[in-house]
Design a protein around this ligand. Sequence first.
Ligand SMILES: Cc1cc2nc3c(=O)[nH]c(=O)nc-3n(C[C@H](O)[C@H](O)[C@H](O)COP(=O)(O)O)c2cc1C
Length: 228
Amino acid sequence: MTRTTRRDFLVLTALALTGIGVAGCSADEGQGGATDDAPLAVPLDGSRTLIAYFSVPLTDSPDGMNQDEENSTHVVDGEVLGNTQYVAQLIEARTGADVFRIETAADLPLDFPVLEEQALQEQESGTRPELRALIPNLDDYDTVFVGYPIFWYDLPMPLYSFLEQHDLGGKTIIPFSTHGGSRLSGTVEIITELLADSTVVGNAFTISRDDMDDAESEVGTWLDSLNA
Ligand SMILES: Cc1cc2nc3c(=O)[nH]c(=O)nc-3n(C[C@H](O)[C@H](O)[C@H](O)COP(=O)(O)O)c2cc1C
């Protein structure tokens, strides 16, 4: 990630805040949740299925949020969730799958510019942040939904840690993400390259942080499309 792309994202954020569309800023084409309509035989009854996600809500208080905190959260019945965390919960509600939260061993900064800078430096140096825990019972699962926010047009670096430190070979991987304008930003291709021995579903889900009110219906439509 270069300083040029850093500026691009800052411009993109500013455009989003002013309500100006950002179509065309992303590597991914199309609108809506799914990347394509290819049907897929995935058991979505929750059996042997795990939802693993990374999410960084910048506050846990629903009151008096600043713009950065609002951008990173979705409030349900007074409970503050990260955007990706919320999508993970929607998938859990529909499938009954188990859930694993991917967390870094070190607490992340919750001040947006500080988090931004740390994420950029980790990306530029190829850092694999230490994870708080690994999935202890991966053998119990054949299908793993993998969820993440887009960081700097890429996977957050803790996702690289996660994907490299688990043996996901032979499993079906279903990516989903939330973003601030960059959509999937080539991350499905990255996951496919990293997990050469897994079946990575191309029909991934992505939703803008600005459209979280539509997430429940979009997730439902997407899950249906996986087995249509
Ligand atoms: C460090 C950082 C970098 C980000 N970079 C991008 C980006 O390159 N493109 C984009 O569309 N959104 C970017 N975003 C916005 C997040 O992808 C978006 O707000 C997401 O919904 C956050 O999900 P979460 O609440 O689950 O963490 C970035 C956010 C952070 C914190």
